[in-house]
Design a protein. Structure first.
Length: 307
């Protein structure tokens, strides 16, 4: 009898162990994404093939948001980290670097889309790579492919065919968006394609669609900087010289400085809100990346043409 009991116990242990292994294998791959813009794109690419955790909440500032202890742990145990890179996520980069040193695969998307550099902005970002590549849908189409490739490479057991199909479908939508933006921009007279923003965020957009960036209220690539009196005077002079009709302020940032500058400029300059660095819970607006670009384009056309 004792031999039979030992045999049954051994069989029970083997079955239980097999059951535990099976349960662990059924867990989907985990992808952690830092910013909500890249989070939206990643979800569109992978669909249900992986569990996607997005750290940055809607309407947050990518330059200053941070993570909780639970979110930090999620970063360190991910199958893949997708982050913007190029110095954008100042409050999260330490966590990402820690996870990378521990062997977690990570994709710095901005590094793979042929980044441009900030012009002479007057602060420490001058000459540094510009992280705001998402304002150029052409570069975002490249980002879609990068994300799909890395998910397939590092998410063990994922349905690679489904991910590649999702990437192809979403890339087509981004291509349609790019064409639509070009059509809308074409309705703005060439002499009116000049931008003044809260900080330097639309360099890629300007390059792709033929705009001149006249200046920024905060002459920096980050919202964490502050303008000086001489910065405001220089921008005022540029506005007077070029006849800019609108200042475009980030919807997630107070536009007080832009309002003050518009008043000081002594010209009829509107302050137009844009969704430049974050998706938004406000409606209508920027619930998705595609929505955000469409909303911004419509606002720019209206602000620069008076329509």
């Amino acid at each position: 009898m004792s031999a039979l009991i030992r045999l049954l116990a051994a069989v029970t242990f083997v079955v239980a162990a097999a059951g535990c292994a099976s349960t662990g294998g059924d867990e989907p791959p985990r992808v952690v994404v830092t910013t909500n813009i890249l989070g939206d794109v990643t979800k569109a690419v992978v669909g249900d093939a992986a569990e996607v955790t997005v750290l940055m909440k809607p309407d947050a500032d990518p330059h200053s948001f941070g993570v909780s202890a639970k979110e930090a742990a999620a970063i360190e145990t991910a199958d893949l980290i997708v982050y913007n890179g190029l110095g954008l996520e100042e409050g999260v980069l330490r966590n990402v670097e820690t996870a990378k040193r521990a062997g977690v695969p990570a994709l710095a998307v901005g590094e793979g889309v042929n980044p441009i550099r900030f012009a002479a902005t007057g602060d420490e970002t001058a000459g540094q790579p510009d992280p705001h590549f998402w304002t150029d849908p052409g570069r975002m189409a490249k980002a879609v492919d990068l994300i799909a490739e890395q998910v397939v490479a590092h998410a063990e057991g994922i349905d690679a065919a489904a991910v590649r199909a999702g990437a192809a479908a979403y890339r087509a939508k981004v291509g349609e968006l790019d064409a639509w933006v070009g059509q809308q921009v074409a309705t703005i007279p060439s002499a009116s394609r000049r931008l003044v923003t809260n900080h330097h965020v639309f360099g890629y957009f300007a390059q792709r669609y033929g705009f001149e960036v006249v200046g920024a209220v905060i002459p920096s690539g980050t919202t964490l900087a502050s303008p000086s009196a001489s910065d405001l005077k220089s921008l005022k002079d540029a506005i007077d010289r070029t006849g800019v009709k609108a200042i475009f302020a980030d919807s997630s940032q107070p536009d007080r400085l832009a309002q003050v500058l518009a008043s000081e400029a002594g010209v009829d300059v509107k302050v137009v809100p844009l969704f430049s660095e974050s998706l938004s819970s406000r409606s209508p607006g920027a619930a998705t990346y595609l929505d955000m670009v469409r909303s911004n384009t419509t606002a720019m056309v209206s602000g620069l043409t008076g329509r």
